[in-house]
Structure formats: C-alpha cells, structure tokens
Design a protein around this ligand. Sequence first.
Ligand code: PLP
Length: 437
Amino acid sequence: SRLFPKETPLMSRSHDLFEAAQRHIPGGVNSPVRAFRGVGGDPVFFESASGPYAFDADGKRYIDYVGSWGPMILGHAHPEVLAAVRERMDKGLSFGAPTEIETTIADKVCELLPSVDMVRMVSSGTEATMSALRLARGYTGRDKIVKFEGCYHGHADSLLVKAGSGALTFGEPNSPGVPAALAELTITLRYNDIEQVRETFAKIGSEIACIIVEPVAGNMNCIPPVPGFLEGLREVCDQYGSVLIFDEVMTGFRVGLGCAQGTFGITPDLTALGKVIGGGMPVGAFGGKKEIMSHLSPIGPVYQAGTLSGNPIAMAAGLKTLELISEPGFYERLSAKVETLLAGLQERADAAGIPFSTNQAGGMFGLFFTADKVTNYEQATQCNQDHFKAFFHGMLERGVYLAPSAFEAGFVSIMHADQDIQATLDAAADTFKAIAG
Ligand code: PLP
C-alpha cells in the first residue's frame, strides 16, 4: 500500500541472516520485539555500533534511537567503558566469589539513590523485579500485588499480566504458561488513576504485599506520571503497610542521575534497576531500605541467588558508566538534545498536517500519532498504527533506527550531536510528507 512502500529489500544481508536465524531460533530472535512483527518486514541485523550510530550487516549506517533498549546512554562502544572492560577481562571472566568492584558499585548506587541502603546485583531487569517482588511478599507475609496496565516489568509469571512492551505489541497481555492461580494474585489497575488505587486498597489493602510501578511508563510508549499519582501511591503504601517498588529498570539513570524517584521527589521502599546500570552488559539490581533488604538470604529467609550475579566484567562496564554520567551537566545536556529532537519533529509533523504529539522524561521520549497529549494506556493504544508503521519504515530507509513497535520509548545518547539530530529531522520532514501523500 501507499503507506508501506519500503520494507527491507529482499536482497539485503539482513534478509538472508533472518532466514538462517529462523532455522534454529524461535522466530529468528532471542527477544520477541526484535522480530519487527509490530511494524512488518525483516529485522535489521547489526554488525557494529559506535557513538550514536549502528551499522547493519550490509554496512548501512543508522542514527540509533533504541540504544540497546536504553543502556547505551553514553553512546555505543564508549572508549572509556571498553577500556574498563578490557582491563577487568584480562584478570579472568568470572569467579563466583566476591570481588572488590561489587562493593564499589554498591557504594556508588547507594550514594546516588538516597532510598537505597543496600543493593544486590543480578543479571537482568527481569531478575531484579522478580526478586524485589519475592522480597516484598516475604517481608509483608502477603501474596497479592498491584501493578498497572501497560507497565512491563520483565517476564516473571506474576508480572506478565496485562503487561506492556512486547507483550502488548503481540496482543497477548496474558501469556499461556502463567498459572491462573498465580495471575489471580496480580491486581492490574489503570496507570495514572490514583482513585482506583485508593478504592482497591480500601477493600483489600491489608492483603496487598506491594505496588510495583514504572515511575515513568516506558513500555506503552513513554507516559510520565500525572501530578499526584506517585505521591498517592506512597501515601497508600504507608497507610496499609505495603511495599512501594519503583521499577526503574528503564528510568534508572535515564531520566536523571537520581533516577525518576529523584526527579519526582518520591521515596520508594524498593527500587529495581537494569539497563544503564550495566552499561550494555547483562546487569540488573534491586535495593532499598535496610529493614527490608535484611530479609534477604544469607542474612534473612527470603532466597535469591545467581551464578553470574555481580560478574566483575559487567560491574566494570556499569561502574564506568555510572562514573561518566555523574559528570556535572550530563543530564542537562542529554535532556536538551531530546527537547531539540521533539520540538523539531512536532514542527515537521504539523507542517505536513500529521496529527502528532510527544512526551519526554530526561533522556527518554515517546512519539504518538495523535493530536492529543497521551497520559494513559488506552490513549496509547488508540494512536494511528498505520502512521506509526509508515513513519518507522520511512525513517529506517533514510538511516534512522527507531524502536520497531509503537509501544516502546525512544532513547537519546550523549553522543547524539546537533548534526545527527538535524539529519533525523530532515529524514522526518520527508517521511511525514510522504505519509501525508
Ligand atoms: N522493567 C522495565 C521497566 C523494563 O523496561 C524492562 C525491559 O525492558 C524490564 C523490567 C525487564 O528487563 P530485562 O529485559 O533486562 O529482563
């Protein structure tokens, strides 16, 4: 159709690689959203990346706004991060025993996040939220949990209920394989609707172990909290003795150095981290109040473990990343880049007469094909999907790599220079015009 003129050419190496990948990998990918089912066409196979650019298997260059889904806040292959990794690597890959660098990064996280007295390292965001959830249940002795529609917290059973991200893209909010008996313990409420939270707690608050929330939702596109929402969650948890878990796997060190909790001034009881904290290596972490973290094995009864947890190479990448983002002015510079990008996109969409709006939280952003400001899940799902797909493919063809799903946030790195943003806006102007026809 006119809206989908250009998909990956059949002659590309990505096409051949995708064919080959599908022989022994389900869907040809190791994480579903990579398969481009949300936009159609073949996924782009990448070969290398540097700064703001990623290069595909045919050598084509893209300005990358996915950044490995958030971690690459310093841009790809940052020389200082690579040097830190190389230096650690020469000393051995893994010991399964404590190393000093684990203490150094724990101290750094506690220094940056006043809500975190103690922190444990894991290997993914999924492990971080799953473990925080178990800890909250173990600490309170309660089984029920509250989450919000369109928020994605990884793929642990209890959390894969009405989830966002890939689960939303594929229209399977409840995955087969999640036992109904477990899913029943997950209460899913509307994001940004504090009244519904209050009503629910008024009925069964004393049975609820925790509220888990993305303090800025980034898995139903990018939706910041409305004023009063996070404050209300804090109040309700205090009133009913429930644990407030901020899932900052995406927002952590992305919206600001103090994470979303610093930006919005709300203190959670537990925080889940991932992405940026690993600097591109497989890392997650969860931490919080000493009183709660002390319930964790080996000092407490709640079990949690990992062969590669705190892996020294991964810690080296994470620690160097945390050091570099701590430099004064880093987030002001990062946010300014996003503001320039979003203002420019809005201007060009308006000029082409395409209904369009944007959201921003520090270094992350959302693009919506609707004239309205989007503040909830329902609005996000009602945006013009055809326009999004056409925009995605138009930009891809013009050398700009955006998330291949309308339900993902976008990410800018500190290496995106003015000329990269300008080139992105030029590509967008042409793409919007083509969509308008
Ligand atoms: N929580 C949030 C908010 C996320 O965005 C993600 C991943 O996108 C996760 C948890 C899961 O992290 P991982 O993919 O590292 O398991």
